[in-house]
Design a protein around this ligand. Structure first.
Ligand code: FAD
Length: 466
């Protein structure tokens, strides 16, 4: 049977692409080497981490916040296996949901490793049984990414773990060192800190959350420190040795200097992710990679070979599930003769800690570097009625608007539910809104979203509650 499209990898990029293409009438197959669909995101990424973030946040609230709200309960006890089962249930529900959607859209799903034999030909090798070759008009590579390794730290997923191992620890480590102060390290570090670990984040740069607005990153670091997370910035981990039950971890100043030794029970390596193309046969097929091992694409997802396309973590751009999904939709529409498009200027990014951090558009540093004149409006959650009522007043909203046209160029939030609030900013920016547009839009009271409106009012110095 010849297909119109074969998608290799059923993460958020691949499965969304397959479904959209099927909706548009294409005959589609997917190839996935994992036993379940959903890729990194559903199996070992977004979904399990958010389940543990949610459960551990409630554990922390029950331990420290319920009393203040007049809820008297005995001190909560952690049942880690049950919390892990709760997480696994969330993963199971989501991966089964994707399998159902593929079936519903009449997409043929092949389990096995996909290898491109050339334009129009994909070989599928299952774990057991013989390989088969499928024929197709177009191939979309959606094979995602893998954990970036660090020299001197051999990941065993028990004491030296990647994010995957950090989602399945069997006991709460007394001491955890997180290597890397990016989103994944801070989220998973927060989970284990809430469950009782003493967490130290070691970051090479002199700041956390590289790429995010530095104002937001500084405030966020202070808030995490208040929660008990320790930071060693401008430092690098150069090795870890087993010492009894635990580890001795060597940390050096990033700029060179004397090494120090830290003790830990678990080290989480979270220094980033790398594109995953192993076993795909790209070299033989003539598909070019860039200097960072990503599949080179032409701006419309086409690789260097006609009929072969790529999306998601395996190509340039932020390694985010929603970016992969939008690219999946876009390439499906392009292949069906429509005008698929992704607006890379408006891709929100969120850290799902407490408080959350969320950002869309340009940071102040980026605007300064590009010599764009801008106005900033900032509004703290301490002045928001709902945040006060809920006693969740940490953080602020910052709106950046073009000084001449008032068009919103970026919105940055650290605060409660920032990840949900950022959607309003993304929609405003997608429609080319000015800060005046947001300021004049009626926001329900009392909501956290009023802080977004007030920050927009603050662009012209007329916030009401400040
Ligand atoms: P993937 O999801 O990586 O899927 C690729 C699939 O391809 C995999 O299932 C793989 O098995 C399969 N595959 C690879 N090679 C082959 C082959 N040769 N043959 C067949 N199949 C193959 N992003 C967010 O937006 N929000 C979050 O909250 C978030 N949290 C995260 C938390 C963690 C701990 C991690 C690790 C990541 C997180 N991410 C998050 C990032 C997100 O998971 C990725 O950006 C997203 O999964 C990328 O989607 P993708 O479709 O490109 O690839």
């Amino acid at each position: 049977m010849a297909y119109d499209l074969i998608v290799i990898g059923t993460g958020p990029g691949g499965y969304v692409c397959a479904i959209r293409a099927a909706q548009l009438g294409l005959k589609v197959a997917v190839v996935e080497k994992r036993a379940t669909h959903g890729g990194t995101c559903l199996n070992v990424g977004c979904i399990p981490s958010k389940a543990l973030l949610h459960a551990s946040e409630l554990f922390e609230e029950a331990s420290h916040k319920f009393g203040k709200m007049g809820i008297k309960v005995p001190a909560p006890e952690l049942d880690l296996p049950a919390m892990m089962a709760f997480k696994d249930e969330g993963v199971d529900g989501n991966t089964k949901g994707v399998a159902f959607l593929l079936k519903k859209n009449k997409i043929d799903a092949f389990h096995g490793t996909g290898k491109i034999l050339g334009a129009g030909k994909v070989e599928v090798t299952p774990e057991e049984g013989a390989a088969q070759t499928l024929e197709t008009k177009a191939i979309v590579i959606a094979t995602g990414s893998d954990v970036a390794k660090l020299k001197g730290l051999d990941i065993d997923e028990e004491t030296i773990v990647s994010s995957t191992g950090a989602l399945t620890l069997k006991t709460v480590p007394a001491k955890m060192i997180v290597v890397g102060g990016g989103v994944i390290g801070l989220e998973l570090g927060s989970v284990w800190r809430r469950l009782g670990a003493e967490v130290t984040v070691v970051e090479f740069l002199d700041r956390i959350l590289p790429g995010m607005d530095s104002d937001v990153a500084k405030q966020f670091q202070r808030l995490l420190e208040k929660q008990g997370v320790a930071f060693k910035l401008g430092s690098k981990v150069t090795g870890a040795e087993k010492a009894g039950e635990g580890l001795k971890v060597t940390v050096e100043p990033a700029k060179g200097g004397e090494a120090a030794t830290l003790e830990a029970d678990v080290v989480l390596v979270a220094i980033g992710r790398v594109p995953y193309t192993a076993g795909l046969g790209l070299e033989e097929a003539g598909v070019a990679l860039d200097e960072r091992g990503r599949v080179k694409t032409d701006g419309h997802f086409k690789s260097s070979v006609d009929g072969i396309y790529a999306i998601g973590d395996v190509i340039v751009g932020p390694m985010l599930a929603h970016k992969a999904e939008d690219e999946g939709m876009a390439i499906a529409e392009i292949l069906a003769g429509k005008a698929g498009h992704v607006n890379y200027d408006v891709i929100p990014s969120v850290v799902y800690t407490y408080p959350e951090v969320a950002s869309v558009g340009k940071t102040e540093e980026e605007l300064k570097a590009a010599k764009v004149e801008y106005k900033a409006g900032k509004f703290p959650f301490t002045a928001n009625g709902r945040a006060k009522a809920n006693a969740t007043t940490e953080g602020f909203v910052k709106v950046l608007a073009d000084a001449r046209t008032d068009r919103v160029l970026g919105v940055h939030i650290v605060g409660p539910r920032a990840g949900d609030l950022i959607a309003e900013a993304a929609i405003a920016m997608e429609f080319g809104a000015s800060s005046e547009d947001i300021a004049r839009t009626c926001h329900a009271h009392p909501t956290l979203a009023e802080a977004v409106k007030e920050a927009a009012l603050a662009v012209e110095g007329r916030a009401i509650h400040m």
